[in-house]
Design a protein around this ligand. Structure first.
Ligand code: FES
Ligand code: FES
Length: 161
């Protein structure tokens, strides 16, 4: 039996009919049309499907859509709707990604960290993104870019993450 659920996705309220077995990742990609959450391992290991659920990172491949009825989801498409965030700009400037498959999960994991602490250590950044497997970069340029996003020019406001 299908269920009607209501989600706030990237600040837009969406009402969807879903099967009890529909996984959030499939619903976001196939029904809402958001392709930044990626299907990688689909068993919770790689982080490619990461989204923010009520401001906390979760693996959308492990969550049923009916479980998040009434909750808020943010994907990379919803970050910096008015332009790229400082974090995204630094990641681009430092060519932090190659294929980019891991990028949405890494970005949301880093954004979650930077929302909690404006001055993380290198170790804290490494820990925050550790659940996102990257086959291309060795992680160093990603960590450099996240740290660079915390360093606003003198007199500038704290960068939006
Ligand atoms: S696809 Fe969800 S953790 Fe890999
Ligand atoms: S840039 Fe290719 S998997 Fe991370």
């Amino acid at each position: 039996m299908r269920h009607a659920i209501t989600l706030r996705v990237n600040d837009e309220v969406r009402t969807l009919d879903v099967e009890p077995s529909d996984v959030l990742l499939e619903v976001l990609r196939g029904r809402v049309g958001l392709t930044s959450p990626k299907a990688g391992c689909e068993r919770g290991d790689c982080g490619a499907c990461t989204v923010l659920l009520d401001h906390r990172t979760v693996r959308s491949c492990l969550i049923l859509a009916v479980e998040v009825d009434g909750h808020e989801i943010v994907t990379v498409e919803g970050l910096g709707i008015d332009g790229l965030t400082a974090l995204q700009e630094r990641l681009i400037e430092l060519s932090a990604f190659q294929c980019g498959y891991c990028a949405p999960g890494v970005i949301l994991s880093a954004a979650e960290l930077l929302a909690e602490t404006s001055d993380p250590t290198r170790e804290e950044v490494q820990e925050a993104i550790a659940g996102n497997l990257c086959r291309c970069t060795g992680y160093a340029p990603i960590v450099d870019a996240v740290l660079a996003a915390t360093r606003a020019p003198a007199g500038a406001p704290t960068p939006e993450v």
